[in-house]
Design a protein around this ligand. Structure first.
Ligand code: ARG
Length: 260
């Protein structure tokens, strides 16, 4: 995770970002700290990277690497404003004992568009990550990749439209309308038991959730999705993300999952 020390909405690269709307700086720090502490209280090990001035979106750690079995595939951002983030994260991995870091040649916004199900990697394209990055991820990480097409600009990253609930018995929650017809059919085929989210669940950023297989951390407003998850035996845990959402981000965006 990366503290939102320099967080602001200075430019607009997705429909949620309005640089004329003020951000409450103390509030975003408190919201991020709460998310951080929630993971720690659940027993997860949380590591942090030093935030950098001039990189307001660096708080969205999910976008900077995909790590599976200790193999690290870095990022290459579409927007020039975010491009320098990739190298800071690459350096973090090198300094923390990961010597196997590969930097992508195609546009690759990492866990923003890649979701590990425990068996294969779901990979989004349409707005950010290039389809070529899907093939690159398959080769570098050595996992089967399933490409999915995103069609709604509000759900510009895969992690705004889908999250993995469980890796042992792979299952997901997703908002079908964010995907092309063909990709919806793929998802129905792969996950007949999926939790199907509503437009409201998606708008409240409920799909930008983080599940550890039991606890699901999701935004305060995503109450109906939380109720659906509870009936499936998951434990919803709410966090307030009002300020992060002004940049089009939520709990998952702030969280890179390092799979040793
Ligand atoms: N403002 C950031 C952007 O548009 C938000 C990134 C959110 N991250 C994510 N994993 N969806 O790039």
């Amino acid at each position: 995770m990366c503290a939102p020390t320099y967080f602001e909405v200075a430019y607009s690269i997705n429909p949620w970002m309005d640089p004329t709307k003020p951000v409450d700086h103390d509030l975003v720090l408190a919201q991020w700290q709460k998310l951080h502490d929630t993971y720690a209280e659940l027993g997860h090990k949380v590591e942090t990277i030093e935030p950098q001035p001039g990189l307001p979106d660096m708080v969205f750690a999910a976008n900077s690497a995909t790590v599976i079995d200790g193999r690290v595939l870095g990022a290459r951002f579409r927007a020039a404003e975010r491009a320098p983030e990739a190298d800071h994260y690459r350096r973090w991995f090198n300094e923390n004992g990961y010597h196997n870091v590969v930097m992508p040649t195609c546009i690759n916004e990492a866990e923003g568009d890649f979701a590990w199900t425990g068996r294969y990697l779901l990979a989004g394209t349409g707005f950010r990550t290039d389809p070529g990055a899907h093939a690159e991820a398959q080769e570098v990480l050595g996992v089967p990749v399933v490409s999915l097409h995103l069609v709604d600009p509000r759900y510009y990253h895969l992690d705004t439209a889908l999250f993995v609930l469980n890796e042992d018995e792979p299952n997901v929650a997703y908002y079908p309308e964010a995907f092309s017809e063909g990709s919806q059919r793929v998802l129905r085929r792969l996950f007949p038991q999926a939790v199907i989210a509503t437009a409201e669940d998606a708008e409240t950023f409920g799909l930008n959730a983080v599940s550890d297989g039991r606890n699901v951390i999701l935004p305060t407003e995503s109450t109906s999705l939380a109720a659906q998850l509870a009936t499936r035996g998951y434990e919803p845990i709410f966090v307030d993300i009002s300020e992060l959402k002004k940049s089009g981000g939520g709990p998952k965006c702030c969280t890179m999952e390092i799979r040793g």
